[in-house]
Design a protein around this ligand. Structure first.
Ligand code: ADP
Ligand code: MG
Length: 323
């Protein structure tokens, strides 16, 4: 069991940014409207995630470190329409197997909270704790018991930089949630969390860039799409300024990126890429997120029809014929 968790940890937790991602996704799944992440030494010494979500009952708090103890999938049918960010029940046991973890949590219905301490996959203690509604997870000394993995970590600054990029993506995914990132006690990023995609985009891309972009708000046959694409004059030499979300999940997608490029084809020089922030809403049954443990790659059903529709929408907003 302990070994299985460490092996799974190899897939899910590679470095501080993967820990931060899994923990913040859990906070989002718990319905939090405020999430704060505190890093010490870029997360190498400590990553603490504080949320005001649903919290866990004392029983669930003990269970959550057991493998596949997800509360999110109850039937096989649920797997075909995944609405939560997590569903594998692997993150917490994996993280707890390679770090020292303290969880403090309380639901609205419980008078007292619970504190659970884990170290290297072993349960150290469970005790009542006074705390507000929500969950705080403190992960210390990541990979303290797997020195081989510890060696692969970069400098605190480099690790913090990756987490800061993650925050930008998350803030764009959920403009309705206020997210704050602190590093060694200093606030390094904070999203407005007021529900406006434009304001979230401004906090990441800068207000001037967003003002000069083309806004999309389109209800199509298969999908709904909203967001911003750059005017053809605003391009970059890489695709890294393209952010795609399907049903509020950040994804990597060569598929969408190529369609976008196809629409811009006659308008921009080769080797340049438009900026984009796209939120696509699709029937969850059409999206298979169970392709890779990090869930960043998805498989889409009816790709051909989707491609046609997307190209039509992009071209329409750029006033070029859909090639
Ligand atoms: P998954 O997210 O795939 O279900 P995890 O290992 O990430 O698996 O979490 C295990 C379980 O712990 C979740 O299903 C959820 O019930 C509970 N949990 C984890 N983090 C939180 C949180 N921040 N707030 C409330 N419940 C949480
Ligand atoms: Mg999870």
């Amino acid at each position: 069991e302990a070994t299985a968790n460490q092996i799974a940890a190899g897939e899910v937790v590679e470095r501080p940014v993967s820990v931060a991602k899994e923990l913040v996704e859990n906070s989002l799944d718990a319905g939090a409207s405020r999430i704060t992440v505190e890093l010490i030494q870029g997360g190498l010494s400590g990553i603490k995630v504080i949320d005001n979500g649903s919290g866990m009952s004392p029983e669930d708090a003990k269970l959550c470190f057991q493998r596949h103890a997800t509360s999110k999938i109850k039937t096989a049918g649920d797997l075909t329409r995944i609405l939560t960010l997590g569903f594998r029940g692997e993150a917490l046991p994996s993280i707890a197997s390679v770090a020292k973890v303290a969880l403090v949590t309380r639901t609205r219905d419980d008078l007292a909270g619970t504190e659970v301490r884990m170290e290297g996959g072993q349960l150290l203690s469970v005790s009542p704790a006074g705390c507000p509604v929500g969950t705080t997870i403190d992960v210390q000394e990541l990979f303290y018991n797997t020195p081989a993995r510890r060696k692969h970590l970069k400098s605190p600054n480099a690790e913090a930089g990756q987490i800061s990029d993650l925050f930008a993506k998350l803030a764009l995914a959920r403009p309705d949630v206020r997210m704050e990132l602190r590093s060694n006690g200093r606030v390094i990023f904070c999203s407005p969390g007021n529900g406006s995609l434009r304001d979230a985009a401004a906090s990441v891309f800068g207000p001037d860039n967003v003002r000069s972009m083309i806004e999309m708000n389109h209800q199509g046959r298969l999908l709904t799409i909203r967001g911003f694409i750059s005017k053809p004059v605003l391009t970059r030499a890489s695709r890294q300024y393209q952010n795609f979300y399907i049903n509020q999940r950040y994804i990597r997608s060569i598929f969408i990126s190529s369609l976008l490029l196809q629409a811009y084809q006659t308008l921009i020089p080769a080797g340049r890429f438009p900026l984009a922030l796209l939120h696509i809403a699709l029937d969850p049954e059409q999206v298979d997120v169970n392709v890779h443990p990090t869930k960043m790659e998805v498989r889409l059903a009816r790709e051909k029809e989707l491609a046609e529709e997307l190209l039509e929408i992009f071209s329409g907003h750029l006033n070029v014929p859909a090639a």
